[in-house]
Design a protein around this ligand. Structure first.
Ligand code: GDP
Length: 174
């Protein structure tokens, strides 16, 4: 059995659902009041990838990092993949995605100088008040080098496993 260790970052504006996503994926739960403790580095999930391969995922949530400038370097170091998340009901969280992607492309590079594989997640798709159209998301995703984009609902457990498998696939193919 081969085991891969993959460090994955989750970035995006506050309140889009990053901590809930990690909590859901790692612990299988959605809880309204859950908030990852600031200063805790990452959560771990072991994923059976194939008959012969396991993947140990280290999920780093940026929660609170903005206030800890010195942690930023540690946060990006050695990352092999990334999720940029926004909230479909918040146009400002979508408009900030270029900032997150650029920051990532500047700070997290593979040893060969390429940017790390990245997927874009449009979270809270269970809510009716959409502020961003699928057409705009698709355009943005293609123009900014994302491997793909997906709608997710951490609340309704929609596309969480799928998104992670998609990202891992992208990383292992690189
Ligand atoms: P973070 O600041 O990006 O880590 O966001 P949180 O994980 O703290 O989530 C912010 C708020 O959005 C919380 O009240 C969550 O319960 C809620 N939330 C997260 N994901 C979803 C979702 O898919 N649908 C809905 N309706 N609410 C969500």
């Amino acid at each position: 059995m081969t085991e891969y260790l993959l460090k994955i970052l989750i970035v995006g504006d506050g309140n889009v659902g990053k901590s809930s996503f990690v909590h859901r994926y790692v612990n299988g739960q959605f809880s309204k009041n859950y908030k990852m403790t600031v200063g805790v580095d990452f959560s771990v999930k072991l994923l059976k990838w194939s008959e012969k391969e396991k993947v140990r995922l280290q999920l780093w949530d940026i929660a609170g990092q903005e206030r800890f400038i010195s942690m930023t370097r540690i946060y990006y170091k050695g990352a092999l993949g990334c999720i940029v998340m926004f909230d479909v009901t918040s146009s400002s969280s979508f408009l900030n995605c270029p900032h997150w992607k650029n920051d990532l492309d500047n700070k997290a590079m593979l040893p060969n100088g390429n940017s790390i594989p990245c997927i874009l997640l449009a979270n809270k798709c269970d809510l009716a008040q959409r502020a961003v159209s699928a057409e705009n998301i698709d355009k943005f995703s293609k123009a900014n080098g994302f491997a793909t984009w997906m709608e997710t609902s951490v609340k309704e457990n929609k596309n969480i496993e799928e998104a992670m498998r998609r990202l891992v696939k992208e990383i292992l193919l690189v």
